[in-house]
Design a protein around this ligand. Structure first.
Ligand code: SF4
Length: 66
Protein backbone atom coordinates (compact mmCIF):
# COMPACT_ATOMS: atom_id res chain seq x y z
CA UNK A 1 0.00 0.00 0.00
CA UNK A 2 1.26 3.45 -0.93
CA UNK A 3 0.19 6.86 0.30
CA UNK A 4 0.83 10.44 -0.68
CA UNK A 5 -0.64 13.83 0.08
CA UNK A 6 -1.89 16.16 -2.64
CA UNK A 7 -0.28 19.42 -1.56
CA UNK A 8 -2.72 21.41 -3.68
CA UNK A 9 -5.63 20.10 -1.64
CA UNK A 10 -4.12 19.86 1.83
CA UNK A 11 -5.27 22.71 4.07
CA UNK A 12 -3.26 21.68 7.11
CA UNK A 13 -6.16 20.57 9.29
CA UNK A 14 -3.75 18.18 11.06
CA UNK A 15 -6.35 15.43 11.37
CA UNK A 16 -4.17 12.96 9.55
CA UNK A 17 -1.22 13.52 11.86
CA UNK A 18 -3.45 13.10 14.90
CA UNK A 19 -4.91 9.85 13.59
CA UNK A 20 -1.67 8.39 12.23
CA UNK A 21 1.22 10.31 13.81
CA UNK A 22 3.80 7.79 12.61
CA UNK A 23 2.72 8.14 8.98
CA UNK A 24 2.15 11.87 8.44
CA UNK A 25 4.35 14.81 9.24
CA UNK A 26 3.29 18.44 9.16
CA UNK A 27 5.45 21.17 7.69
CA UNK A 28 6.79 23.72 10.16
CA UNK A 29 6.49 26.31 7.42
CA UNK A 30 2.93 26.09 6.13
CA UNK A 31 1.42 23.27 8.20
CA UNK A 32 0.77 21.10 5.19
CA UNK A 33 1.00 17.36 5.57
CA UNK A 34 3.19 14.86 3.83
CA UNK A 35 3.61 11.12 4.16
CA UNK A 36 6.55 9.89 6.21
CA UNK A 37 6.92 6.84 3.96
CA UNK A 38 5.55 6.35 0.45
CA UNK A 39 5.19 2.66 1.18
CA UNK A 40 3.04 2.19 4.26
CA UNK A 41 4.31 -0.33 6.82
CA UNK A 42 1.69 -3.08 7.26
CA UNK A 43 1.01 -2.16 10.87
CA UNK A 44 0.16 1.41 9.79
CA UNK A 45 -2.26 0.56 6.98
CA UNK A 46 -5.47 0.73 9.01
CA UNK A 47 -4.55 4.09 10.52
CA UNK A 48 -3.53 5.51 7.15
CA UNK A 49 -6.86 4.40 5.65
CA UNK A 50 -8.70 5.99 8.54
CA UNK A 51 -6.74 9.22 8.06
CA UNK A 52 -7.52 9.24 4.35
CA UNK A 53 -11.23 8.84 5.02
CA UNK A 54 -11.12 11.54 7.68
CA UNK A 55 -9.31 14.18 5.64
CA UNK A 56 -11.83 16.97 4.97
CA UNK A 57 -10.05 17.92 1.74
CA UNK A 58 -9.69 14.35 0.44
CA UNK A 59 -6.03 15.18 0.01
CA UNK A 60 -4.68 11.80 1.07
CA UNK A 61 -4.28 9.38 -1.81
CA UNK A 62 -3.81 5.70 -1.18
CA UNK A 63 -3.30 2.80 -3.50
CA UNK A 64 -3.04 -0.89 -2.81
CA UNK A 65 -0.30 -1.20 -5.40
CA UNK A 66 3.06 -2.03 -3.90
S1 SF4 B 1 -6.17 15.88 7.19
FE1 SF4 B 1 -6.00 16.35 4.99
S2 SF4 B 1 -6.06 18.56 4.85
FE2 SF4 B 1 -5.61 18.03 6.96
S3 SF4 B 1 -3.38 18.08 7.16
FE3 SF4 B 1 -3.99 15.99 6.69
S4 SF4 B 1 -3.89 15.83 4.44
FE4 SF4 B 1 -3.91 17.99 4.97
Amino acid sequence: MKVWVDSQRCQGHTLCAMIAPDSFVLSDIDGSSSAVNDVVPPDQEDLVREAAHSCPEQAIMITDET
